[in-house]
Design a binder for this molecule. Structure first.
Ligand code: NAD
Ligand code: DAU
Length: 338
């Protein structure tokens, strides 16, 4: 199977966890990580990978067609595309970068991958492309796409482009659609790391609306193992839903975090709801389990306790993000300023 892999967005949350997984479980693979270090990319996430001979970091944009062509032309067997603007609230404030990176970037990557005949292209998508569920049921791969935020609309557009490249050119692309991830290295703008780091700093946690929106949580390591299984065993042109059957309301998550951190209800603050806030997501991952021989392995209660402990043990990591000091890594290395 492929052993020269281009991983885009590898300095972000899920991408860096994927790099760590491959370095430990596929030590003979050569990994090239392409990331342009937006606010969400952080070289500290890859600190222990730098210097390993099978790992190379390239700072660059997936929309840069010349750079992408050069990297993929250099003997790359497969591409795993994590690079994206990923935060719904930011997409509501303005979505130009979402359209550029999430749609145009995917097209640039696929054109180069097609030209150089890569064996496989894994598009890391999201369950949010399906829109919002009522009280019952779960998203299957047959659920019609109905994205509700500018973020999810940009991901759905990219998914349609991936589908079209498979149908038109026979391009060997696989799409994965996963539910909400939690775990180490998640940028503290997302629900769980925001709330944990606020509570550790004795700050209140802002619950949107009535707090009864439901998300289906999966540990990032289980997601990364599913992506690896899709890369190794997935069929071209197929979509695989990934999830771990852990539906929780945001209030349930908030109460669990208050308990794990020894805080009381007074730290919870209801704030104005997110515009267009999807009510409920739930994933039916039967196809991935059957075809990819993959199973989530991390128990939710244990995974959450370990995750909270990780943020307790890595205060400098998130404090540098909150103060903006983390930008020093690319200022030092690349002279880039924001
Ligand atoms: P993230 O925001 O933590 O990381 C995104 C990474 O992409 C960053 O390192 C950033 O610097 C990089 N990037 C952004 N624009 C780029 C560009 N133009 N060129 C090169 N690099 C660029 O995101 P994440 O949470 O790790 O999500 C990764 C992927 O997984 C995304 O495609 C997202 O849609 C998808 N996803 C996320 C979740 C979740 O719960 N976080 C769930 C399902 C799917
Ligand atoms: O479902 C997969 C998606 O999960 C990914 O595609 C996205 O990239 C990822 O950001 C995530 O999207 P969500 O919008 O579900 O995640 P977020 O952490 O922003 O919010 C989770 C829930 O918590 C959601 O119902 C909104 C709510 N929330 C969020 C924040 C940041 C709050 O109540 N307060 C907050 O401060």
């Amino acid at each position: 199977m492929s052993n020269n892999i281009l991983i885009t967005g590898g300095a972000g949350f899920i991408g860096s966890n994927f790099v760590h997984l491959l370095l430990s479980e596929r030590p003979n693979w050569r990994l090239v990580c392409l990331d342009n270090l937006t606010y969400a990319g952080n070289l500290a996430n890859l600190a222990d990978c730098q210097g390993q001979k099978q790992f190379q970091f390239v700072m660059g944009d997936i929309c840069d067609a010349d750079l992408v062509d050069k990297l993929i032309g250099d003997n790359v067997d497969a591409v795993v595309n994590f690079a994206a603007e990923s935060h719904v609230d930011r997409s509501i404030l303005g979505c130009q970068e979402f359209i550029r990176t999430n749609i145009e970037g995917t097209q640039v990557l696929m054109d180069a991958a097609r030209k150089h005949e890569v064996e496989k292209f894994v598009q890391v998508s999201t369950d949010e492309v399906y829109g919002s569920l009522g009280e019952e049921g779960a998203f299957t791969e047959q659920t019609p796409l109905a994205p509700n935020s500018p973020y999810s609309a940009s991901k759905a557009a990219a998914d349609m482009l991936v589908r079209a490249y498979y149908k038109t050119y026979g391009f060997a692309a696989i799409t994965t659609r996963c539910s909400n991830n939690y775990g180490p290295y998640q940028f503290p703008e997302k629900l769980i790391p925001l709330f944990v780091t606020n509570l550790l700093a004795d700050k209140k946690v802002p619950v949107y609306g009535d707090g009864l929106n439901v998300r289906d949580w999966i540990h990032v390591e289980d997601h990364c193992r599913a992506i690896l299984a899709a890369l190794e065993k997935g069929r071209a042109g197929e979509v695989y839903n990934i999830g771990s059957d852990n539906e929780k309301t945001n209030l349930e998550i908030t109460h669990l975090l208050l308990k794990l951190l020894g805080k009381d209800e007074s730290m919870l603050e209801y704030v104005e709801d997110r515009m267009g806030h999807d009510r409920r997501y739930a994933i039916d991952a039967a196809k991935a389990k059957n075809e990819l021989e993959w199973q989530p392995q991390i128990d939710f209660a244990k995974g959450m306790a370990q995750t909270v402990q990780w943020y307790i043990d890595h205060q400098p990591w998130w404090q540098e993000i909150k103060t903006g000091e983390y930008l020093k890594y690319y200022k030092q290395q690349y002279g880039k300023t924001l």
